[in-house]
Design a protein around this ligand. Structure first.
Ligand code: HSE
Length: 305
């Protein structure tokens, strides 16, 4: 086996009204460098990665092992060196990127030849919803929909002409806690309003009407009204971002990071202004990743997704 590298981008889910459906791939990465070895070994390079007891308790190893077993295979031993620029439990899809990395690790090591849809279905099963995993897998803005028999359908759209700013607080929020405040049921009238806002958001966004898209983003009814109190300075950040001329500001995934849609070319200066106002936060412009997960062998790219 030749050594290879798996690189998986971060993601932001929901983008306001697209709860559990929309994902946006972001240019922060989880990277696995994999070499043949006499026994299993996993090493962390980034302080952003969580501690682990032993290789077999490592989340990525466990996903890889489960994937291999699902196809009746065993993982061959190797040394995996992991680096990451994705902060944990901040609503930037760190667990989804780890799930995608684990599935791809098994795919490469056991030569499973999984299709993109196979990977998406497996990852959605493990993550519970397709938004983050789809964005990390294929890149860009991804709209997903589960239909009969849990089939995942998706559409990737790669033409966003905006800058993205992430406003990351110094506190974690676990997805489970953030999902526990959401209602189990909505009335028909409420659900119709909530989905109509998402419909208009998507049309506005793909028509490059970013003012209308921003307005729809900020009028989500599916999750933001219930989560707002869990997000530090939710109202203040939205207000400050709006007064600096941004299109819209939403909770990134389950939070606590906030995601700002800024006019193209203004992201960096607006991020600087916001940083001045919210000094304890980490606020920066982040690129949209358009490619999704990549596998490279040496210097050569062997596969995307
Ligand atoms: N759609 C998910 C949520 C993303 O909002 O809970 C976080 O995993």
């Amino acid at each position: 086996m030749n050594g290879f590298t798996i690189s998986v981008p971060a993601s932001s889910a929901n983008i306001g009204p697209g709860f559990d459906s929309l994902g946006l791939s972001l240019g922060l990465y989880l990277t696995l460098s994999v070499e043949k070895h006499s026994h299993w070994e996993i090493q962390h390079q980034s302080l952003l990665l969580p501690d682990f007891e032993s290789y077999d308790k490592h989340f990525i190893y466990q996903i890889a092992k489960e994937t291999a077993h699902h196809y009746g295979k065993q993982l061959p031993p190797c040394k995996v060196t992991i680096d990451s620029s994705i902060p944990l439990a901040r609503g930037l899809g760190s667990s989804a990127s780890a799930v995608i990395a684990g599935i791809e690790l098994a795919n490469q090591l056991c030569r499973l030849q999984l299709s993109l849809l196979d990977k998406l279905m497996l990852a959605t099963e493990k993550e519970g919803h397709p938004d983050n995993v789809a964005a990390s897998l294929v890149g860009g803005l991804v709209v997903t929909a589960s239909t009969a028999n849990d089939k995942i359908n998706y559409y990737k759209w790669n033409s966003l002409n905006i800058d993205i700013i992430t406003v990351i607080p110094d506190t974690e929020l676990k997805t489970e806690a953030s999902r526990s405040v959401l209602p189990e049921h909505f009335t028909r009238k409420y659900a119709a309003s909530a989905s109509s806002i998402c419909n208009l958001f998507i049309v506005a966004l793909t028509s490059h009407d970013y003012h209308l898209a921003g307005e729809m983003m900020e009028n989500d009814l599916f999750h933001e009204p219930f989560r707002a109190t869990l997000i530090p300075k939710y109202t203040e950040i939205k207000k400050a971002a709006r007064s600096l001329g941004n299109y819209g500001t939403v909770i990134s995934g389950a939070g606590p990071t906030m995601l700002v849609f800024a006019p193209k070319g203004k992201g960096q200066s607006i991020a600087g202004e916001l940083q001045g106002q919210f000094s304890s936060y980490n606020i920066c412009q982040v690129n949209i990743d358009t490619q999704g997960m990549k596998v490279t062998s040496g210097k050569e790219e062997v596969a995307e997704n």
